[in-house]
Design a protein around this ligand. Structure first.
Ligand SMILES: [Zn+2]
Length: 147
């Protein structure tokens, strides 16, 4: 999952321990989750099946949490990695399910693996942000000059 504007996010629910440092085990699980969800942003074959498996494995289910109640997509007793996974996978599924999956994009800059939701009018955004866009433009310019 990208650092900038990735679809899905933590619920903000204090019950899932936001604000506490990740353990190494949690960080490893989140890295695995990011790798698992990345194909949803590239349209890779099998991405939908993988997303469906992720929803099942992390027990994604609509649920009201807290007081006042807030909508989340994980069980109240889920650990925070399962909670984040269920919420993120549900968010991606909702985007794809309403026909906006092509707006889930992966940055096209070399060496960048960030993902984002493209909010441009014609769904033409190629880079996660200006630094990657500028690097790619400079690289293309140098390549043209070398001719
Ligand atoms: Zn980038």
């Amino acid at each position: 999952m990208g650092r900038t504007g990735a679809a899905g996010s933590a619920s903000g629910d204090s019950a899932v321990g936001i604000g506490r440092a990740l353990t190494d085990e949690e960080a490893d699980r989140l890295a695995d989750l990011a790798a698992e969800l990345h194909p949803a942003f590239t349209g890779a074959s099998g991405a939908i099946a993988t997303l469906n498996q992720c929803l099942v494995r992390h027990a994604a289910v609509p649920s009201l949490h807290g007081d006042p109640p807030r909508l989340a997509f994980h069980r109240p007793e889920a650990d925070r990695v399962d909670a984040w996974a269920a919420d993120a996978a549900t968010s991606l599924a909702m985007v794809i399910g309403v026909g906006q999956g092509l707006r889930l994009r992966s940055c096209e800059a070399n060496g960048c693996d960030l993902v984002f939701f493209d909010v441009t009018r014609n769904a033409s955004r190629r880079f996660c942000g200006l630094p990657c866009q500028n690097r790619a433009k400079a690289s293309a310019y140098r390549a043209r000059r070398r001719g």
